[in-house]
Each structure stands twice: as structure tokens, then as C-alpha cells.
Design a protein around this ligand. Structure first.
Ligand code: AMP
Length: 220
């Protein structure tokens, strides 16, 4: 099963990907995660990407497509995968079509998780992460037991991601509207799009996703 999760930053793509990984035993390919690791590791890719990420802008398409081309060569993608945060622009979607054409793969379904703008702004500005182990919290819905201390690893490193400040979130949402939202029509025209209502409990969103995959004949 090869699927794309489409949705604004903060729409819950990461959470839903984790559920899908568990249920269908296929890997999540998150370009954001790959890039953040490259920045932390100080690789060439990380150096190229860092300034775009800090400002909330998009990393250039050729860099992203190179990463995807390489990732799709890994054996664990043979049974399928979930793209999370990719593609993010029409040129990336076209580039993906080319890559799929070269390696003889096709896309099964694109799921758009739709959440109102104000909900996303609140969700993202209250998101916190542990800078040490990566655990994710939300000050409103799922705060750490002790303020600033990670429940999982015990370090006092629960912080706001640099690109989750209100100003940057607004910028990221604007970029989503101009660069990424056109993908909805792109995939709708190809008959691949399903829309899922994302403004509800994560488990309920997931049930809807599973239903959509079953109804479209894509569940394994
Ligand atoms: P994410 O974790 O998906 O929100 O990504 C964090 C940041 O990484 C984004 O704000 C972009 O700067 C960069 N990024 C992630 N995926 C892509 C992509 N497919 N195209 C361009 N930039 C990306």
C-alpha cells in the first residue's frame, strides 16, 4: 500500500502515520524527520536545509526529490509506505510521478486530513518536544507530568520547536496554502484523493482513515 498523507502542518499527519505503521507494518517516510536528523547530524544535506527549515520555508524541490529517490531504494519500502510531509508542491508531485515511472511503482491513495486554520494554530503553538529523545507533548491536551521535564527520558529538555513559534507557524500555513494545497486538486483529478475530517480525537480520525482505505480497496 503506497499512500500520501496530505494536510497542513499540525493536522495530525505524524500521529496518523504512526497508527498506520503499526496497523499495516509499512514504513513512514517523513521528509521533515529525515531533514531534522540531517541537521542534528551536521551532514551536507542538513547544512543545505537548515536555513529554509528555521524560517519555515520549503527546502528546494531537487534536494527533497533526491532524498526520496534514495529512500525508495531501501528494501523496507517494497511492501509499501506512507509519505508524510511529501510531496509539498506541484513540482514535487510531478517529480514523484517521474520517480515512480522509472521504478515501475504506482500510488494507491492520497488522504487529505482537513483541519480548520484556528485549530491548527492552537495545536502547533502549544506543541512541545523533548530535545533529547524526541517525545512529543501538547501543553493543552497532553502536557508532561512535571513542567519542562520529559516523562520518557527524565531530562529537563522539553522545549518548543524553533519552527513552532506563532510567527513561523503562520508563515508555514501560508506556504501550505500557496504551495501544497494545490496538490488536493492535482490528486483529485487523478481520482486518488479521499478527504478525512481531522478536527476530532486522533483515534476517531484513524478509524475514518481505515474505513477509507478499506472502501477504496487499498487495505492490506
Ligand atoms: P515537517 O516536520 O513535515 O513540518 O517539516 C519541517 C520543515 O522541513 C518544513 O517546514 C520544511 O522547511 C522542511 N520540509 C519537510 N518536508 C519538506 C518537503 N517535502 N519539501 C520542502 N521542505 C520540506
Amino acid at each position: 500500500m503506497r499512500i500520501i498523507l496530505l494536510g497542513a502542518p499540525g493536522s495530525g499527519k505524524g500521529t496518523q502515520s504512526a497508527y498506520l505503521v503499526d496497523k499495516y507494518e509499512i514504513p513512514q517516510i517523513s521528509t521533515g524527520d529525515i531533514l531534522r536528523k540531517a541537521v542534528t547530524d551536521g551532514t551536507e544535506l542538513g547544512k543545505k536545509a537548515e536555513s529554509f527549515m528555521t524560517s519555515g520555508g520549503l527546502v528546494p524541490d531537487d534536494v527533497i526529490l533526491g532524498m526520496i529517490r534514495e529512500r525508495l531504494q531501501d528494501e523496507d519500502t517494497e511492501r509499501g509506505f506512507i509519505f508524510d510531509g511529501f510531496p509539498r508542491s506541484i513540482p514535487q508531485a510531478e517529480g514523484l510521478d517521474d520517480i515512480f515511472g522509472e521504478i515501475g511503482m504506482t500510488l494507491d491513495r492520497v488522504l487529505e486530513i482537513r483541519v480548520p486554520f484556528e485549530t491548527i494554530l492552537t495545536r502547533m503553538t502549544s506543541r512541545r518536544v523533548c530535545a533529547h529523545c524526541g517525545a512529543v507533548y501538547n501543553l493543552r491536551s497532553q502536557p508532561p507530568k512535571v513542567d519542562g521535564i520529559c516523562d520518557r527520558c527524565g531530562r529537563a529538555e522539553v522545549v518548543q520547536r524553533e519552527d513552532d513559534s506563532e510567527e513561523t507557524v503562520r508563515h508555514r500555513l501560508q506556504i501550505y496554502e500557496t504551495s501544497t494545497a494545490p496538490l488536493v486538486e492535482y490528486y483529485e483529478r487523478r481520482g486518488l484523493l479521499s478527504v478525512v475530517e481531522g478536527d476530532k480525537a486522533p483515534q476517531d480520525v484513524f478509524s475514518e482513515i481505515v474505513q477509507v482505505l478499506e472502501d477504496s480497496g487499498n487495505a492490506l
